[in-house]
Design a protein. Structure first.
Length: 728
């Protein structure tokens, strides 16, 4: 018999870097907390990049009843980032890595009174990932903590937090069978393994044949089997598994069980407004309900190992998952061992989840480190580790846009993926299309995917002339409309993941009217509001539940004679009513655009297949100030109305590339760029030495480059005047 006792309750918490004896002595004065807990729920989300990164102590006495059993193990499902376990004053373990589970044996150390003290530390250091990334590194004991009592003869509990059982199903699609190998680890002599009603008594492992196998078939039918293993002592464990075949083709993209199954979905971080990463099972389920509503068939669980409960939900809901470790942004000379141990734990702990299709080696690792032999070696070591531990899955990595496509690092993982933010941080939307076309033409034999893309939007901001950098809900929607089409036209993309489903905490950010948040979510951080772009994807992906959505509901006050009413729907015909009168009917797909005259206040209603949505909008005389985030940038657009520009001469609306080619105009912009570069230092050097970036900038208009560089109104106008004096 195995007894698992949850010990989330009854802890004392001290936020202090004190020695263990002091922590124990002071415990009574500590704050009473119940797990899951983080000390950064508030300061990790309010901006300023000043959240507490240090040591927290969690102290608790274990009762006699909790300690009963022949052998006793402590199970910590998540301690961010580094933990040390002290039991009755003795240090028993140290664990480095804030996202994987670990266990410690307590038996043999028990006394009459038993005091458990766990120190958790999220300070910066040079060995444990992540250290540099765009999200808050919450500190705390933020997942469940359990005691596991087992008989003397029991399944392995210590090695990398293993479940003690590993199931490898190999499916024959033609014969409709699965050969299922179950391996177990234990200290006994034999084990009874049961799969699908059949039991085998073996030493360690057994293989079963399932006839007429019911497949784990994605969203349609994510069927799960269970494998159970039992020792003569009575110790028993079980795991669910699924029978499926994943495959990737460089031309045709992803395949599930032999049929084309383009992976189209979103990324998720594990945090929530006001709670940090200390999520409950209810929180996980609520997130999954939103993912189901959206209709995504894949999730990238970024940028680290997520909770087991969440992979379970993905198994149950048929969501194909990209799982990864936090080897991110910047390679650390002393972090090699940590990348390997985090990957070992990820694979050991997650192997049985049928939802997981790929292991991610790293994310944007060349953003702040050079592609040198050390970096390559670390990736090769990770890649080999993945293949050794799991020959059934592919490896991938998420590359940063400025990584040259001929870089040798791209040859390490089995399949490739790029994070591209053209049309948001840099460049124009169309450069994404060009990027993939170039890549695919140059490397037709390589599998390529789109691991991140997105644009920040604060649903308080609105515009009828949305543009990059304005943080409006309308620009985010336009951005994603472009990307959706781009993706639909390129079926070879094995997976695409919107960055991100939810706004999330990045305490170092202060932008778009909010402190400490990355606002690329399709849904707000508190999950209360779905931005318009959410419904674009819902219209494209969720074919089950008919719906119609009117965009711009929060854009009530509009200063224009005629306004655009945009509707997203998964139906093929949409009717629009204004003040009860039918204004138009349109056939199409996903996006439906109407233009209507605006006189006063209007009630707008959209209808499709018996569903409807309505909103009120109003004509106003002056642009509504509260809708504009960056007032200076917003007015820049208005300085250069097309009418004021002589198209036969150069202007700031031409691309840097076009202007550069002209003998007279070229040197002028070069001089201006050089001046900017000397003022900006490092970043400018990175641009100078990077041909990919150079090419990309060449395609940007002078105006967007200048705005991005923070140029003021006067200097932009002056350059425009000079350029207007030069005939093309
Ligand atoms: C990235 C990173 C991700 C960031 C995202 C952004 O490429 O991988 O962690 O949050 O960009 O929003 O800038």
């Amino acid at each position: 018999m195995r007894k698992i006792t949850n010990i989330n309750g009854g802890w004392r918490f001290l936020k202090a870097a004190v020695p263990p004896e002091t922590a124990m002595n002071w415990a009574a004065r500590g704050e009473e907390v119940t797990l899951p807990h983080t000390w950064n729920a508030i300061d990790g989300q309010d901006g300023g990049n000043d959240y507490h990164r240090g040591t927290g102590w969690y102290v608790r006495e274990l009762t006699e009843e909790e300690c009963a059993g022949e052998r006793l193990f402590l199970e910590v499902k998540g301690a961010a980032m580094t933990a040390e376990v002290f039991f009755n004053g003795e240090k028993l373990a140290r664990h480095e890595g804030g996202y994987s589970a670990f266990r410690v044996e307590l038996s043999g150390k028990l006394r009459e009174k038993n005091a458990l003290a766990i120190s958790v530390n999220n300070e910066d250091n040079t060995t444990v990932y992540p250290q540099k990334a765009d999200f808050t590194f919450y500190g705390g004991l933020y997942r469940d903590v359990n005691l596991i009592a087992v008989p003397a003869e029991h399944f392995e509990l210590l090695r990398d937090g293993t479940p003690g059982i590993k199931v490898t199903p190999v499916v024959d699609l033609e014969k409709k069978t699965a050969s299922v190998t179950v391996e177990t680890w234990h200290n006994g002599k034999s084990v009874d393994i049961t799969v699908n009603g059949e039991t085998k008594s073996v030493e360690r492992e057994a293989t079963f044949l399932i006839e007429n196998v019911r497949l784990w078939d994605g969203l349609d039918d994510p069927y799960l089997y269970t494998a159970t293993a039992k020792l003569p002592s009575g110790d028993e464990i079980s795991t669910r598994f699924g029978c499926r075949v994943f495959a990737c083709d460089p031309e045709k993209g992803f395949f599930l069980n032999g049929r084309s199954y383009p992976l189209r979905g979103v990324s998720r971080h594990q945090d929530l407004k006001g709670k940090g990463n200390a999520l409950s099972f209810e929180d996980h389920k609520a997130d999954m309900a939103i993912i189901r509503e959206l209709g995504a068939n894949t999730l990238r669980l970024a940028h680290y190992q997520h909770a087991q409960e969440f992979y379970d939900l993905c198994d149950e809901n048929g969501i194909v998952v990209w799982a990864e470790i936090p080897y991110i942004t910047m390679h650390m000379h002393d972090g090699r061992e940590n990348t390997l141990s985090q990957m070992r734990e990820l694979i050991t702990q997650c192997y049985n989840h049928p939802c997981i299709a790929v292991w991610g080696l790293s994310n944007e690792i060349t953003a702040a480190s050079a592609v040198n032999e050390e970096l390559l070696e670390n990736h090769r070591a990770l890649n080999e580790l993945c293949h050794r531990m799991d020959p059934t899955r592919l490896t991938t990595m998420a590359d940063v846009f400025m990584l040259e496509i001929d870089s040798p690092i791209l040859q390490i993982p089995d399949i490739n993926s790029y994070n591209l933010y053209f049309g948001w941080y840099l460049g124009e939307l169309e450069q994404t299309d060009e990027f993939f076309d170039e890549y695919h033409a140059k490397y037709p034999e390589r599998v390529i995917g789109f691991s991140e893309y997105g644009a920040d939007a604060n649903p308080a901001f609105h515009s009828s002339r949305p543009e990059k950098g304005d943080y409006t809900e309308e620009y985010q929607a336009l951005y994603h409309e472009h990307m959706l089409k781009m993706i639909q036209a390129r079926p070879y993309l094995w997976a695409t993941h919107v960055w991100n489903l939810f706004d999330f905490a990045a305490d170092g950010r202060d932008e778009g009217g909010k402190h400490g948040e990355n606002q690329k979510g399709l849904v707000t951080f508190d999950r209360q509001l779905r931005k318009d772009a959410f419904y674009l994807y819902k219209a494209a992906w969720n074919k089950k539940e008919p719906f119609v959505h009117l965009c711009g509901k929060r854009y009530v006050m509009r200063c224009e004679e005629e306004t655009e009413i945009k509707v997203y729907s998964n139906q093929s015909e949409v009717s629009l009513y204004v003040d009860g009168t039918l204004m138009g009917k349109q056939s199409g797909e996903t996006v439906f655009r109407f233009r209507i005259p605006l006189m006063g206040e209007h009630l707008i209603r959209a209808e499709a297949a018996g569903c409807s949505d309505s909103m009120c909008i109003r004509r106003v005389d002056q642009p509504e100030e509260s809708y504009i985030f960056n007032k200076a940038a917003a007015s820049v657009t208005n300085w250069f109305d097309a009418d004021d520009i002589d198209p036969t001469c150069f202007s700031v609306q031409d691309t840097l590339g076009e202007i550069r080619q002209h003998p007279q105009a070229g040197p002028i912009v070069d001089a201006m760029m050089a001046k900017g570069a000397s003022e900006r230092g490092d970043v400018a050097d990175a641009v100078k030495d990077n041909p990919a970036l150079q090419r990309m900038m060449g395609r940007m208009t002078m105006l967007s480059l200048l705005k991005q560089g923070g140029a003021d109104e006067q200097s932009i106008k002056q350059l425009n005047r000079v350029l207007q004096g030069i005939k093309k």
